[in-house]
Design a protein around this ligand. Sequence first.
Ligand code: XMP
Length: 515
Amino acid sequence: MECILVMDYGGQYCHLIARRIRELGVYTEIISPQSMVKDLEDYGQRYNLKGLILSGAPKSVHDEGALRLSSDLMDYLSVKQIPVLGICYGHQLIADYAGGVVKPGGKKEYGITEVSIDEPDLLLRGLSDRESVWMSHSDTVEQIPPDYELLAHTDNTPVVAFKHKLSHIYGLQFHPEVVHTPCGGKIFNNFVHVICGCTGNWRIADFMTESVKEIKNKIGDGKAVIALSGGVDSSTAALLTHRAIGEQLVSVFIDTGLMRKNEPEAVRETFEQQMHLNFRFVDARARFFKALRGVVDPEEKRKIIGNLFIRVFEEVANNINASYLVQGTIYPDRIESGLKDAATIKSHHNVGGLPDVSGLEIIEPLRNLYKDEVRVVARELGLPVEISERHPFPGPGLAIRVVGKVTEESVAVVREADAIVEEEILLAGLDKSLWQFFAVLLPVKSVGVQGDERTYSYTIALRMVESVDGMTANFAEVSYAVLGGIATRITNEIPQVNRVVYDLTHKPPGTIEWE
Ligand code: XMP
C-alpha cells in the first residue's frame, strides 16, 4: 500500500495535510518530528513509502531546542529517492538544513497573499503566473540554499517556494492544505501523483477488508467485548468487529440515565433487532443518579461519570471472560494523546478510548481513520443514518447540560427540551449545516405568566453552533422564526420551564457545552 508520511512539528493544519492526501487516494500517517531513520525503515517494511511532508509549526528554527532536520534522515530519503515537501516551518527547516538563510521574526505575513510563480517546475505545474495563497508566518527564508532554485516569491518574501536542483526536495512558505489556497489541490495532486508517482488507489473498502482480516487473525476463536454507546465510532468499531468474529464479540450498552430521548431504546433496536449483535443492555440509571447526587462542579461530574462507567463496564466484562477489548478510538484521538501535550480545558472522558480494562488486550479497528472516513465505513456497513451522520454528543451526556445539580427530574426536563430542539431543527432543514444544536437547563428561576397565572419556573438556554472540528465554533444565526417556534413549544410543553434564551457566544471565549 502506498503511503505518504506527514511529520508533525505541531502546526495546527497537520491533520488537514494528511486528509488532503487521503482524499487523493493515498494513505497517510502522521509521525513524530523525532522520528529517525529506523522509524522510516519500519514504515518502509509495512508500506510502499512514497513521500514525506514536513508540517508547519508555531515556532522558529532559531528557537532554543528547535527540532532540526538530521542529515541521517535526509541522506536516507535521498538514497531511497523519497521526495520531501516542507510546508511553512518545514520549508524553513529545509532552508536552514541546506545552508540557506532564515531570517527570524521578520515582517509577518498573515492571510491571503498574492504569490508570483517564477518557475512552475513539477510542483507548481498548471498554476497561473499569480495565485492567491494563505500565509501564516513570521520567519522568512531570505536566501535560498546553494543547489536549490527559486520557484516563487511575494512582494514581502523573496523565497516562497524552492526546489533542489537535482532531487525531489521542495519547500513552500504558504499553506496549500487550507481552503484559502485555491490552487492547493493542484499542488498536492502534483506532489502526490507526479513527483511521488503514487497511483492513488487507496479506498475505504480496502481498509474494511484488511481490517476484518486483521481482527480475525488477532482474536481467532477468543472473546472480545466493546462498550457500545451508540455513537458513530463505537458503533462502527462494533459492527466491523462483528463482521470479523460474529458472536464472539459481546457489545455492552450501559444506560446511564443521561442519554437523550428514546436513545437507549433506539440503540437496542438497531444492534439487537436489526444488526443481530450479541448485545447486553445494562440498566445502571439508579447508580449514576446516586453517584451524582448533590454534585455541582462540572469536572467532578465528568470524573464521577467516567469512573463509574468504567466500573460498571468492568463488572460486565469480567463476567464475559473476554480477552480482548475493542475500542472506537479514531486517528485524531490517538495522535493528539500520543504526540502532543494539549492543555486540559475539560476532561473528555471518552476521548482517546474508553474504558481501559486491565488485563484485556486492546483492539482499535478505527485507529487510523478520520471521522469522515469512519462515517463512510459506517454507511458501507449499513448503519442507519441516525448513527452514521450523528452529531457529536458528549460522553457524560445530559448531566453536563444541566447546570447545577443533576437529578432524574432535571435530566427529564432537559431531555424533553432537547427532543423539541432536535425535532424543530430537523423540520427547518438546518441539521446538516449545524455542528450541534441542543438545550441546557439553567438553575435560574424567573417570574412568568402562563394561563393567567403567575409562574416561577426554570430557564432553558438554546445552544446552536457552526464548527468544522469542534475546536472553535460560531453561534449560529438561526432565524427568529425557528428560535421562536422552539421557545413556544418548550414553554407550552414543559411545565417546569417558563423562559427560553439563546446563547450568542462563540468558542472561544465560550466552549460549546456549558459545562
Ligand atoms: P467543548 O464544550 O469543549 O466541546 O467546546 C467540544 C466538542 O466536544 C464535545 N464534548 C465531549 N465529547 N466527551 C466527549 O466525547 C466529553 O466529555 C465531551 N465534552 C464535550 C462537545 O459536545 C463538542 O462537540
